[in-house]
Design a protein around this ligand. Sequence first.
Ligand SMILES: Cc1cc2nc3c(=O)[nH]c(=O)nc-3n(C[C@H](O)[C@H](O)[C@H](O)COP(=O)(O)OP(=O)(O)OC[C@H]3O[C@@H](n4cnc5c(N)ncnc54)[C@H](O)[C@@H]3O)c2cc1C
Length: 383
Amino acid sequence: MIGAGPYGLSAGAHLKAKGIGARVFGEPMEFWAKKMPEGMLLRSPRVASNLSDPSGAFTLEAYESASKTAPSAPVPLDTFVEYGRWFRHQLGSDLDERTVLRFNREEQGFRLMLGDGEEVRARRVVIATGIGPFRKKPSVFQNLPSEHVTHCYEGRGIRKFAGKRVAVIGAGQSALESAALLHESNADVDVIARQPHINWIGQHSWLHHLGPISTMLYSSHDVGPAGISRLVAYPKITSLIPLGLRDKVRTRAVRPAGARWLPERLRNVKITVGRGVADARMVGDEVVLRLDDGGERHVDHVLLGTGYQVDIAKYDFLPTELARSIQQLDGYPKLSSGFCCSVPGLHFIGATAARSFGPLLYFVAGTEFASRELTSYLSKYPS
Ligand SMILES: Cc1cc2nc3c(=O)[nH]c(=O)nc-3n(C[C@H](O)[C@H](O)[C@H](O)COP(=O)(O)OP(=O)(O)OC[C@H]3O[C@@H](n4cnc5c(N)ncnc54)[C@H](O)[C@@H]3O)c2cc1C
């Protein structure tokens, strides 16, 4: 298993419990600990923020009670990182913190080269390496020097922008939450979004208070609007829907939107909607953004909350030739039961599986399904 984030840790715990010899590679929770903005809160509800273990004993609540951490909703980033690190101890010596630099196919499986140069062999490889390399950087920002433009999930530092003028591009949770955190750190923030208006999650909150009707409309994962939320809670069923319709369900479920606790925090932040950035260039020490209505913004830094685009060719441990031999759907691997791709013995879980199994796989809530499905497949077909 390559990757020790929520998916790798959960699947590793399930495989271990079944006695399937698996080794999980990677620094536990590295993406969350090092790439998410400091002070961030999880957008997913508490019940949808549990990693999955076969007994259901290693929940967020169990961690809070073991560590005497006061439960809070929404869940703070640091609590979630510590929860993942606590969960990691279930894997014991099955977790190896080394990075996988590269791996190649060979006759009987795969050969992996680790960060320290050691090589190991595996019959099967499960890729659980998340979305880190898939950050979208619109071409208009490509020529800005890297010290003047960063992506929302490129690092934790928010406080260093105190006293600076920062343009935040985008209207999704990452952009809006980063804008709130910057504002609270005394940066002068300007949000610029192409969408005609900002979507807020929970705008129809009354639909959540209709007892059994609400239960029919929404699953506890809270991914997607009424009805869609229920459907996407069943990734196996979602995978049977024709691709065109499945894509529509997926994009609707994860359209850019801000959590319900953000509007209050953004009350004094300038938000420009319905405008794109037509040009971005340096003039002296400042970035000048020209908007598509001719307006200009002069800032010290641009923070991109422009999302990500899955493209497995961007995984640098995956050799080009091997990546090319995987059947793909616009950068996503085409997966079948057991998260198998077209290369025998190779599996993908997490966001890369969302095109095949639906949007639940973008979220921590999908770890339960992914771990059980993978474990059941590998129990039936061990090699
Ligand atoms: C700003 C932001 C906020 C989010 N908020 C939420 C939320 O509130 N709730 C939610 O459910 N989801 C949220 N998500 C989505 C979140 O990314 C996923 O739910 C979750 O991280 C998926 O887990 P994962 O294990 O697939 O990926 P990751 O958490 O990214 O873990 C993958 C791990 O693989 C490791 N890795 C990569 N390459 C290698 C290698 N070559 N060798 C070894 N290890 C490697 C990385 O270090 C990384 O730690 C958010 C995402 C972002 C960007």
